[in-house]
Design a protein around this ligand. Sequence first.
Ligand code: ADP
Ligand code: MG
Length: 209
Amino acid sequence: MTTFNKQVTKSLLEAISNAVIAATKELTTLDQAIGDGDHGINMERGFRAVLAKADTIAALPPGRAFTEVGKTLVMTVGGASGPLYGKLFMTVGQALGESPQIAHARLVAGCDEAIKVIKALGKSDVGHKTMLDVLVPVLDTLRSASSRQAAGQLSARAKSAADATIPMLAARGRASFLGERSKGHMDPGARSSQLIIATICKWLETAPN
Ligand code: ADP
Ligand code: MG
């Protein structure tokens, strides 16, 4: 199990932030199709703020680091996704506590709680064509997959789940205003969730044991 220290935590924060920043254009394009075109810049702003504080945040145990990432996203991202992603990281962070290691059971419990919080905050559920359509199936896979070898499985599940939002009819967020015209496009928040999950899984391959 990875024991987090400042260097390890910083490498994870940088991996996630750089992946989101590199996808700014793609996320913008997705949100232009079924939203208002700001998801890319919203997320970029948030993760640039995380990068700017990476040294300070990485000095904390991973749970508290996640909580700080969440607070930073709430303050900087804006849009519907800001409070939702913010709460996601904060809730997972709180469940992880002060330990320098991430116990599988705590991670599952934290993700489970975070999904409940997002559902309550967004009045949303699976099938509404949102980030939940990636987060919920990935959590189901995570429950039964505890080892590092499962990273590939989680990444693949995230990808198929994001792809599965393409034909969906949006029932929440700005995309829902489009009705039938929301079909045929991937949900931007589903894509950013998938990207973050895939990046964490890829990072795990090179993380210290
Ligand atoms: P905004 O919609 O305010 O412009 P963003 O473009 O940053 O905010 O984020 C849009 C994404 O947020 C959507 O693609 C969707 O995944 C997610 N989202 C929007 N509303 C909800 C909701 N009620 N519940 C869950 N996720 C939502
Ligand atoms: Mg938008």
